[in-house]
Design a protein. Structure first.
Length: 64
């Protein structure tokens, strides 16, 4: 499913980037992919996906 329509970025691409780069914030994730820099409608969904994906990573489960 496309999350960022302006840049054509899907939830799968976002999850993959989170698993690969382990961003600690939305701003860090934006360094790796162009999200939320045009209309901004995707920001909330991207943050939720990022948080959900970080919780799936074992090292982050122990911290939370």
């Amino acid at each position: 499913m496309y999350v960022c329509l302006c840049n054509g970025i899907s939830d799968k691409k976002i999850r993959q980037a989170v698993r690969q780069y382990h961003p600690q914030s939305f701003q860090q994730l934006r360094k790796f992919m162009p999200i939320g820099n045009q209309c901004g409608k995707c920001v909330r969904a991207v943050r939720e996906l990022m948080e959900d994906e970080l919780l799936q990573i074992p090292e982050f489960k122990e911290i939370a």
